[in-house]
Ligand binder design. Structure first.
Ligand code: MSP
Length: 486
């Protein structure tokens, strides 16, 4: 069913009632890092990376009105702002889908029609509570002590209307089997979802009668498809009927744990109903707080990824976010720790090491790389670290991958301090070549492992080291030390 030869990474498509923020940047950077890694392993043609925007939402209409713009121009402006933000952060997506695009309308309608023809969609009356913040129905027992949506701290709307329903309950056993069979990672998410499905799945409403924006139901044009139902289909719309169609079903859907229920329960059921194979994996990563508190506009602790990147650069934003805690767990992003990481691991660590070694090779040997033998124990140590790094990527342990890269840097720095080639050279320049053989080996390994994690420095390191050439080029500063505090 799944093809190990191809990988199709996706992020959630983000709502456009606000700009990209550090939370959405987290998932998008994780997806980009994984896509970069796997492109190198499988070949660029075997990896695809999709992101985009979820536009057919009531939130959009409200936000456009607040911005004093008509919906169309507002959407164009916001989708462009998302693209610009990802481009500035160095995110190399292969495709960007907007749910207002004709390709998405076409495929969403075609898939829904298949479900309808299958007898899985029926008319009924929906009476219940709806939160426009979540764009989702809520049950009484999901409200907080004030009767409010716990995520948006406001009362849900009472809704009573004619809706179309999807027979989700029919797919319970198949969904349980899929979850048990490894559809979702990490393990904690699997247990949460299995408990939810085993408690009994109800059929779900999939249309809205009065919605002002959205995709019409093909069998009843007076109804709009519920935004979540059609939004999920974006992953398929982006590749269906294109030369990339074979990427289905090798999809690896990355997202925060807030929306795993939609992706690992509802989405596979919709696909089964439409006669399509289910995705390879749903990965629900954790949520982070900022300096110990939930990020919120009212608290004023929202961090803009572009502001961080302006000060520290894109590589720092990437490893700063992805190494704050292990991918899959919840954690905290502390600005102080981030600043420290930049100063010690990037400027003082990898940057300083590279600069020192390359400067010395230029000074002592006119940039000619020494060709003495590499001690076997050095190679075996870096081979072990490389194996840890590759296993980490296979297991989605992005923090472990980053920590392993820094472990090579620490090993190299230790070796440099222990051997003190600047002293050794004065005594025996020829013998000192052994030290530089080891150092250049470390730098080569660091450059290789840094490709998906520090893509900007990787480019520079690669051009300085020139792996296929007998010489190195003059050194460059990879990460300037900052004098300003966090
Ligand atoms: N539009 C829906 C997704 C539809 S997918 C078919 C949506 N959009 S969203 O703009 O609200 O983005 C939610 C996602 O943003 C989360 O699933 C997660 O990927 C990311 N995050 C938002 N805040 C975050 C944190 N504080 N921590 C980690 N991830 C965060 O839901």
């Amino acid at each position: 069913m799944t093809s190990p030869q191809t990988k199709y990474f996706t992020t959630p498509i983000y709502y456009v009632n606000g700009d990209a923020h550090i939370g959405t940047a987290y998932t998008t950077l994780a997806a980009d890092t994984l896509a970069r890694y796997w492109r190198a392993q499988l070949g660029p043609d075997n990896v695809r990376f999709l992101t985009g925007t979820d536009e057919n939402s009531q939130k959009t209409i409200d936000a456009a009105a607040a911005a004093g713009l008509a919906v169309g121009p507002y959407l164009n402006q916001m989708a462009q702002r998302f693209r610009d933000c990802w481009d500035t952060l160095g995110i190399a997506y292969d495709d960007f889908i907007r749910t207002t695009e004709p390709r998405h309308h076409h495929h969403a309608r075609a898939l829904l029609q298949k479900m309808y023809d299958q007898g899985d969609i029926y008319a009924g009356e929906y009476v219940g509570l709806y939160c426009t913040g979540c764009e989702s129905f809520l049950k009484e027992n999901e409200l907080d002590e004030h009767g409010h949506c716990p995520h948006h701290q406001r009362p849900p709307q009472q809704i009573k209307e004619q809706n179309y329903f999807f027979r989700l309950s029919k797919y319970s056993d198949q969904i349980i089997a899929l979850l048990e069979g490894g559809l979702i990672q990490p393990e904690s998410r699997k247990n949460e979802l299995l408990a939810f499905v085993r408690a009994g799945l109800e059929d779900i409403s999939i249309s809205r009668e009065g919605a002002q924006i959205g995709i019409s139901c093909p069998w009843d044009e007076s109804h709009k498809v519920y935004v979540w139902t059609e939004a999920l289909i974006n992953y398929y719309s982006a590749i269906a009927d294109t030369p990339h169609e074979h990427f289905w079903p090798s999809a690896i859907h990355l997202m925060g744990k807030d929306i795993t229920r939609f992706h690992a329960v509802i989405w596979p059921a919709l696909l089964l109903s439409a006669g399509l194979p289910v995705p390879q994996l749903v990965f629900g990563h954790g949520f982070f707080t900022v300096d110990g508190t939930k990020m919120s506009k009212s608290l004023g602790n929202v961090i803009e990824p572009l502001t961080l990147s302006e000060k520290y650069g894109n590589d720092a934003v990437r490893v700063g976010l992805l190494s704050a805690f292990e991918f899959g767990n919840d954690g905290d992003f502390s600005q102080q720790t981030f600043h420290q990481l930049y100063q010690t691991k990037l400027a003082g660590g990898i940057g300083n090491l590279f600069h020192r070694v390359i400067t010395l090779v230029n000074k002592y040997y006119d940039g000619v790389k020494p060709t003495t033998d590499l001690p076997a124990e050095v190679k075996s140590h870096t081979d072990t670290l490389k194996a840890t790094y590759h296993r980490a990527f296979t297991d989605y342990k992005l923090k472990t991958a980053i920590d392993t890269l820094f472990a090579v840097v620490d090993t190299a720095n230790q070796h440099l301090n222990d051997t003190e080639p600047w002293k050794a050279f004065k005594v025996d320049p020829e013998a000192t070549k052994d030290i530089f053989t080891v150092q250049l080996h470390y730098l080569t390994v660091i450059t290789e492992l840094a490709a998906p994690l520090l893509p900007e420095a990787h480019q520079t390191m690669h051009s300085i080291l020139q792996p296929d050439q007998p010489t190195v080029t003059p050194s460059q500063i990879l990460y300037a030390r900052l004098d300003t505090p966090a």
